[in-house]
Ligand binder design. Structure first.
Ligand code: SAM
Length: 238
């Protein structure tokens, strides 16, 4: 698949210059996504222009909120087929990326794509956020914790904040209800050691609805009882 629209919009909207190797990597990623999607349920978005805008460009919009500096430790929670983490890793090759995903079929695709694109400094973990957040190897180890389309803000806070170091940031990619959701989650976020720093609107070409980046700063350690057991953050949100 060609990615000319992505290249143009990344430059015009985000000020990102995607070089030839990066463009080739995006093309291969899109081709493999579509090929695997024939047999594994990875995405409902399959039109080439939608993959470019709704998957790739939307993922790259995180760069409007955060400087993706070399060696930044980034984790993408509930990454599915790699969004938003993998496009960010292709455009910012010097970050250290972990992709966390609960569904084994999806992590099989992620392992394939990391191998196929020969990506260094990318780790794939097949686990739930509630498990990773209590694992000393992952707890409060990341500078930047990302998620798109995983859960409502109070639940999402319990998935993301335990993984974030104090002083780091979480960015949730959200739809039209972002501002209300962020307000409703203030109490949950405070319990978990975070607060909403800003909400940034993002207008993507060919996408009618406004997207939002909800940026949460981690200002205090998360109490040890969080995250609770798998399923509890959804069943009984803070
Ligand atoms: N972030 C991707 C995107 O925007 O295309 C995937 C979104 S998909 C709607 C939600 C994903 O989150 C699914 O792949 C699901 O398996 C994963 N997920 C949901 N809850 C999770 C949890 N507690 N821990 C890890 N992954 C989770």
């Amino acid at each position: 698949m060609k990615v000319e629209r992505l290249v143009r919009c990344s430059r015009d909207l985000l000020g990102l210059d995607l070089g030839p190797d990066t463009q080739r990597a995006f093309s291969l990623y899109a081709d493999e996504l579509l090929a695997w999607n024939q047999t594994t349920n990875l995405t409902a978005i399959t039109a080439p222009e939608d993959i470019e805008m709704r998957h790739f460009l939307d993922s790259l919009s995180v760069s409007l909120a955060i400087a993706l500096t070399p060696n930044l430790r980034v984790i993408d929670v509930g990454t599915g087929a790699g969004f938003p983490g993998l496009p960010l890793r292709l455009a910012f090759p010097h970050i250290e990326l972990t992709l966390l995903e609960a569904t084994a079929k999806k992590t099989a695709f992620l392992e394939h794509i990391v191998d196929h694109l020969k990506l260094a400094n990318v780790r794939v973990i097949n686990a739930r956020a509630e498990e990773a957040g209590q694992d000393p190897a992952s707890r409060e180890k990341y500078d930047l914790v990302l998620a798109r389309a995983v859960a409502q803000m109070p639940t999402l806070g319990e998935y993301l904040l335990p993984l974030c170091r104090v002083g780091g940031r979480c960015v949730a990619l959200k739809g039209e209800n972002a501002v209300a959701e962020a307000q409703q989650a203030e109490n949950a976020l405070r319990i978990l050691g975070g607060h909403v720093e800003k909400v940034i609107p993002v207008e993507l070409p060919q996408v009618a609805e406004t997207h939002y980046l909800v940026v949460v700063q981690k200002i205090a350690a998360t109490p040890p009882q969080y995250p609770r057991r798998p399923g509890i953050p959804t069943k009984r949100p803070l």
